[in-house]
Write a protein that binds this ligand. Structure first.
Ligand code: KG4
Length: 338
C-alpha cells in the first residue's frame, strides 16, 4: 500500500511516500526554524503561511523522489492533532483536496502516534507491545503501546513538556531557538554537579512528571547572575539542567517498563536526540535487561515518514475519515479516529 503522508503540526512542513508502513520511498522536510529563531519561538500565524507556501512543492518533490505518480498513491495520510491549529489545518485541507481529487481514502493520524511509529521505520523487527517515551517540544508522556493502534498513556507531564523546558532554559542562557541541541552541545564542557536543580515528583502519580519548577529554577539563576553582575557558569548550568531532565525521565520510564513487563522500550520525539538522555537510557536498559530502541536523530524530530507508517496500521484497523475531517489543537493520544 502506497501512502502519501503530510505533517504540518508545528514548524516543519513534511511530505513522505511510504510503502506498507515501514519502507520509506521519500521523506521531504522543509523546516522553518530559521524564520522562527528571529522571534525566539514558533509564531503560529507565520508557521501557517509558510506551510501553505511549501506544501505543494514538497508533495511534488516527494512523488518525484519516490519515483511514483499521483495515480500510484493508494491513500493520503495527515496529522490532524495535536499541534498549532492553523498549521494543522493547512495539512488537513491539502490532504482532503488530494484524497478527493485522487479518489483514495483519507487517513487521519495523531501526531504522537506518529512519533511512536518512527521506531517501526528504524527497527523493522519491532512489534508491540512495548513502552514508549515521547518527549518533544509540546508533549512529554509515557505510553503503553499494547498494539499498533491500541495505545494507553500511563504517565505524562503535568505542566511543561521536556523540550519546551529545554528551549526556555536555552533562551535565558542566550542560545537561539530551538535550544535543545545547543544545550546538549554546551553541556559537554560543563560540570553537572555545578548547580543543584529540582527533580520534582507528583504525589500519588508515580509516572507523571513536572518540568515547570526546573525551568523556573534555571530562569531565576540566570536572572540573579545578570542582576548581581556575576558571571554565570553557563556550561555547568546546561550540564546540571540536562542531568535533572534525564533524572526525571529515566527512572519513571524504567519503572513503567518493569511494571508492564514487556522487556522492550522505545524513545521518540526531539528530546530523545539528547546525548545525556540517550546515554542514561542505554545504561539503565542494559542493567534492567530491556531491549532499547532509539530512532536515529532524523526520525526523532517531526517528519512525515512516521505519519505514513502509523497511517498504514491505522488504516488496517479501520481508521479513515471523510471530508468532515477537522484539526484539533489538543487531543488525547489514546483516542482513535474511526
Ligand atoms: O519532536 P520535535 O522535533 O518536535 C515536536 O513535535 O515538538 O521536538 C522538538 C524539541 C525541541 O524542544 C528541541 O529543543 C528538542 O526537541 N531537542 C532537543 C535536542 N534536539 C532537539 N532537546 C535536547 N537535546 C537535544 N539534542
Amino acid at each position: 500500500m502506497l501512502i502519501l503522508s503530510i505533517e504540518s503540526s508545528c514548524d516543519e512542513t513534511a511530505v513522505a511516500v511510504t510503502r506498507d508502513g515501514r519502507t520509506v520511498l521519500a521523506d521531504e522536510i522543509h523546516t522553518q526554524v530559521d524564520i522562527h529563531a528571529l522571534y525566539g519561538g514558533v509564531v503560529p500565524e507565520i508557521a501557517s503561511r509558510n506551510h501553505i507556501a511549501a506544501i505543494g512543492r514538497l508533495a511534488d518533490a516527494a512523488l518525484a523522489k519516490a519515483g511514483v505518480t499521483k495515480r500510484d498513491i493508494d491513500a493520503i495520510a495527515v496529522t490532524y492533532a495535536p499541534g498549532l491549529i492553523g498549521a494543522l489545518l493547512v495539512g488537513v485541507n491539502f490532504a482532503k483536496g488530494a484524497a478527493l481529487a485522487l479518489g483514495v481514502p483519507l487517513i487521519p493520524v495523531h501526531h504522537l502516534r506518529g512519533h511512536v511509529a518512527a521506531n517501526y521505520i528504524a527497527y523493522t523487527e519491532l512489534e508491540p507491545p512495548f513502552v514508549c517515551l515521547i518527549a518533544s517540544g509540546g508533549n512529554t508522556l509515557i505510553a503503553d503501546v499494547r498494539g499498533y493502534t491500541d495505545i494507553r498513556v500511563v504517565g505524562s507531564t503535568r505542566d511543561d513538556a521536556a523540550g519546551e523546558c529545554f528551549d526556555k532554559a536555552a533562551r535565558v542562557l542566550g542560545l537561539t531557538y530551538p535550544g535543545g541541541k545547543l544545550m546538549d552541545e554546551l553541556a559537554k564542557s560543563g560540570d553537572e554537579r555545578a548547580f543543584a536543580l529540582p527533580r520534582p515528583s507528583v504525589d500519588g502519580a508515580p509516572y507523571d512528571m513536572s518540568f515547570s519548577g526546573l525551568k523556573t529554577a534555571v530562569v531565576n539563576l540566570a536572572h540573579n547572575a545578570e542582576q548581581s553582575g556575576k558571571t554565570l557558569d553557563k556550561a555547568g548550568l546546561a550540564a546540571s539542567f540536562q542531568s535533572a531532565v534525564s533524572d526525571i525521565l529515566v527512572p519513571r520510564v524504567m519503572s513503567a517498563t518493569r511494571e508492564l513487563g514487556y522487556g522492550k522500550l522505545a524513545l521518540a520525539g526531539g528530546v530523545a536526540a539528547n546525548s545525556r538522555v540517550r546515554a542514561d537510557f542505554t545504561r539503565a536498559a542494559e542493567e534492567a535487561g530491556v531491549t532499547l530502541y532509539i530512532p536515529p536523530l532524523r526520525l526523532c524530530g517531526d517528519n512525515a515518514a512516521m505519519i505514513g507508517c502509523q497511517a498504514y496500521y491505522e488504516h488496517r484497523a479501520g481508521g479513515r475519515a471523510g471530508m468532515e475531517l477537522n484539526a484539533y489543537a489538543s487531543l488525547e493520544m489514546q483516542r482513535r479516529y474511526i
